[in-house]
Ligand binder design. Structure first.
Ligand code: OFO
Length: 169
């Protein structure tokens, strides 16, 4: 059985995952209209993954005797200066999510909720992978450069990175 404190904190995380999903959706849409099809596909997949993260939390809260809540999602940024800015913002965002998951883990230890602590370990690993992925993408921007040819090359490399990530999982 979840304590009210943990239930509230998990519901706050549900709202954050919903925001993350829309955040990536806006990035995907911007990439698509700019003709960056691999980056668009990458962010559409990211958006779907964030929706799954949200649902996983909802199911857990409900299964643990609480009530998983769906709340209003604020509008994410829709305009970006470049594909590179998008990936910088994505990494910044993932670092924030990692901090939020870590605070939840801390709270579980304080409240002696070992079941939720255990459940959250999946998110701890996931955040490690996400940060690693975005760091490697930002490394790539340093290699390709930011002129139009570099952008084209960068976009085509993105699909390979996603495939490599899937193979490592
Ligand atoms: Fe990568 O954010 Fe969800 O957990």
């Amino acid at each position: 059985m979840l304590s009210k404190k943990i239930e509230t904190a998990l519901n706050e995380q549900i709202a954050k995952e919903a925001y993350a999903s829309n955040h990536y959706l806006a990035m995907a849409s911007w990439c698509e209209k700019e003709g960056l099809r691999h980056s668009a596909a990458f962010h559409y997949t990211q958006s779907e993954e964030e929706t799954q993260h949200m649902r996983k939390l909802l199911h857990y809260v409900n299964a643990a005797g609480g009530h998983g809540l769906v709340s209003e999602v604020k509008e994410p940024p829709n305009d970006f200066k470049s594909i590179f800015e998008i990936f910088e913002l994505a990494l910044e965002h993932e670092i924030k999510v990692t901090k939020s998951i870590n605070s939840l883990v801390d709270l579980c230890l304080k409240e002696k909720d070992y079941s939720t602590f255990n459940f959250l370990q999946w998110y701890v690993s996931e955040q490690h992978e996400e940060e690693k992925l975005f760091n490697s993408i930002l490394d790539l921007t340093r290699i390709t450069g930011t002129d139009p040819r570099g952008v084209f090359f960068f976009d085509s490399e993105i699909s390979k990175l996603r495939a490599e990530e899937a193979n490592e999982k």
